[in-house]
Design a protein around this ligand. Structure first.
Ligand code: ZN
Length: 209
C-alpha cells in the first residue's frame, strides 16, 4: 500500500484521495462471511471517520498497515495481540482516521425485506414488539394503489397484520410508531450483516444499523 500523501505535500484533495484509496481499495484479506472474533484475517476492524462516524470495516492486516502509515489512530483495542519476534502488537478493534474524509459517494440503501426490518429495528411498527415472524405491511394497502416503497412499507408482526387487514392505519385505528422513510445510509446494508458485533463497536455504530 502506498503511503498516503501528507497534508500540504501537494494539496489537501490529493491527501484525501490517498486516504480513500488506502481505506476503500479492495481488501483481499477481508472476509464478508460471518467470522469469529478470533479470526485475525477476517474483516474485523471498524474504521471511523475523524468525526467518529463509522466508515468501513477492514481486515486486521489493513488496519495495522493504516496504523503504521499513521493514517489512523487506535480507538479501541481487541483482547488479541500480534506477536512479532521483538514485540507484542495489540490488535485494534476500532481505529479512527486522523483526517476527515467525505464519503466517496452516497450509498443508496437497497429496498428489500431485510433492510426494511433493519430500518425498523426488527420491531413491528404498530405494536412495537420485536417478533421473529415479522412480515411486511403496506401502510396504504396495495389494493388501494399503495406503492411498494420505503415510504409505504413497514415491518409488522403477524398479529397486527391480521388485525389491520386491507385498511389504512386510520381506518384500522392503528397508529404507526414513526413515519417510514428511506434511510440515507445503513451500515450493515453497506457492509453486510455483522453477526457477532464486537461489543467495542456498539458505541460507534448508529442505532439503525
Ligand atoms: Zn404488531
Amino acid at each position: 500500500m502506498p503511503a498516503p500523501a501528507q497534508p500540504g505535500a501537494r494539496s489537501d484533495r490529493v491527501g484525501d484521495d490517498a486516504v480513500y484509496a488506502a481505506v476503500f481499495a479492495p481488501d483481499p484479506d477481508a472476509s464478508s462471511a460471518p467470522t469469529a472474533l478470533t479470526d485475525l484475517t477476517a474483516a474485523r476492524v471498524l474504521i471511523l471517520n475523524a468525526s467518529f462516524e463509522p466508515l468501513h470495516v477492514c481486515s486486521v492486516k489493513r488496519a495495522v498497515n493504516l496504523l503504521m502509515h499513521d493514517v489512523v489512530e487506535r480507538v479501541e483495542d481487541s483482547r488479541h495481540v500480534l506477536r512479532t519476534p521483538s514485540t507484542l502488537f495489540p490488535v485494534p478493534s476500532v481505529v479512527r482516521l486522523k483526517r476527515y474524509v467525505r464519503r466517496p459517494h452516497r450509498q443508496r440503501v437497497a429496498f428489500n425485506r431485510r433492510n426494511v426490518f433493519r430500518r425498523d429495528d426488527q420491531r413491528c411498527q404498530y405494536c412495537g414488539e420485536r417478533a421473529h415472524d415479522l412480515t411486511l405491511d403496506h401502510v396504504v394497502p396495495r389494493s388501494r394503489g399503495g406503492p411498494t416503497s420505503w415510504e409505504n412499507v413497514v415491518a409488522c408482526c403477524r398479529a397486527c397484520n391480521a388485525r389491520k387487514r386491507d385498511r389504512t392505519p386510520e381506518e384500522a385505528r392503528m397508529a404507526l410508531r414513526r413515519a417510514p422513510l428511506a434511510p440515507v445510509f445503513m451500515f450493515t446494508a453497506a457492509y453486510g450483516i455483522l453477526p457477532d458485533v464486537d461489543p467495542a463497536w456498539e458505541a460507534y455504530l448508529p442505532r439503525t444499523r
